[in-house]
Design a protein around this ligand. Structure first.
Ligand SMILES: *Cc1c(COP(=O)(O)O)cnc(C)c1O
Length: 375
């Protein structure tokens, strides 16, 4: 049996007819940019997240960057201000900060939840910190209410990086509606994925929303009238039309992921594999199912040999990347340890029961012997 990590072809095949007719509608409309398809998606997605506004943009990185750039124009941030980011995240979170002339300050995660926590936040914060980007990593919400004390004390702007957490909710509030603004990605492999790049910002702040809308469209609100030095970062009509189809399936896909995870958590029982811990079932949408093991190389080789595809999220932390060598002296022991012990198992919503049983079985049969060298 073969278990792919994420079978995008199978995922999208379930909506093939609806996707094709959505594309056909766009092709025949003659409107390919800034069209009604985009505003339709924006209102559906803001409604889904529970926010007043949603602005479609070109990708998740731009969603982060445009929000930070807008805060600079609004006078809420200025060059050189510090922004708290988790040490363990996808590099986009950090690039967005650097690209807008701000300085990242890395915060260690809690090794159990993989998310930033109060104690590490308190030790990282400085008086120059003006904003925080909590990343809902692997699909689990950062509990912002637990961080409220620090956020309020330092009057931090909160930009959720929700690229992995579409639909996750905590006490009835969804990702995207927990801070001052949130950035989403619709990269094909995300839980809500387009058939190309896409992204969005959600917020309840009217001024911020209209500024981001303008910034993403050459700094223009009226055609050929440019009020700001803007960018070209728009969500394509064709991707918006596809996202309108796929949004209707999101909640069901989250349930499918939760069912797979429920089995993994109950049935994987190998002492060499440590399973993730969850705070609250609704607050995790399982973009990734990440286990920890001291024997990653051996476990990954074992799973590969049995046709179970796994990936590592992420093998090199941002501050250890060559591209960010200015941070190479930063010391983040928790982050650095995680990058060598994490392994992501398949949690594709199209996996069938037999495939899930098979992954469990292969995991449970993993043993260490003379060839299974530890790390
Ligand atoms: C995917 C991702 C992004 C960037 O999204 P793109 O659409 O690829 O630009 C940002 N942050 C996190 C945590 C992500 O996983």
């Amino acid at each position: 049996m073969k278990v792919p990590f994420l079978n995008l072809r199978a995922i999208n095949a379930r909506d093939e007819h609806a996707i094709i007719s959505a594309c056909e509608r766009v092709i025949k409309s003659g409107w390919y940019v800034n069209s009604e398809e985009v505003s339709n998606f924006e209102s559906k997605f803001s409604n889904y997240c529970g926010t007043k506004y949603c602005i479609g943009v070109a990708n998740g990185l731009d969603a982060l960057k445009l929000t930070l750039a807008a805060w600079k124009i609004l006078g809420k941030l200025k060059d050189g201000d510090e922004v708290l980011v988790p040490g363990n995240t996808f590099i986009a979170t950090v690039l967005a900060v650097i690209d807008t002339g701000l300085n990242p300050v890395f915060v260690e995660p809690d090794p159990e939840t993989f998310l930033i926590s109060n104690s590490s936040l308190e030790s990282a914060i400085t008086s120059r910190c003006k904003a925080i980007i909590p990343v809902h990593l692997y699909g689990q919400l950062v509990d912002l209410s637990a961080l409220r004390g620090v956020i309020e004390k330092h009057e931090l702007l909160v930009l959720e990086d929700s690229a992995q957490a579409h639909g996750a909710s905590l006490m009835g509030k969804r990702a995207g509606n927990l801070g001052h603004a949130a950035a989403f990605s619709f990269y094909p492999g995300k839980n809500l994925g387009a058939l190309g790049d896409g992204g969005a910002v959600t917020t309840n702040d009217a001024e911020l929303a209209s500024l981001i809308k303008a910034l993403a469209n050459y700094g223009s609100e009226d055609k050929y009238v440019h009020s700001f030095v803007g960018y070209n970062s728009r969500l394509d009509a064709i991707q918006a039309a596809i996202l309108n189809v796929k949004l209707t399936r999101l909640d069901n896909d989250i349930e499918l992921r939760r069912k797979i995870v429920h089995r993994y958590l109950n049935e994987i029982s190998n002492p060499h594999i440590s399973l993730p811990s969850i705070n609250d079932t609704q607050s995790h949408v399982w973009h990734l199912f990440v286990v920890k093991t001291e024997f990653r190389k051996a476990l990954q080789a074992w799973l590969t040999a049995h046709d179970v595809q796994t990936l590592v999220h992420y093998p090199i932390a941002p501050h250890k990347q060559e591209a960010l060598s200015q941070f190479s002296h930063t010391i983040l022991p928790v982050t650095e340890n995680l990058q060598s012990v994490v392994l992501s198992l398949p949690v594709d919503p199209t996996l069938d029961n037999e495939q899930v049983s098979y992954v469990i079985d292969v995991c449970n049969k993993f043993k260490l012997n003379a060839e299974n060298h530890p790390l």
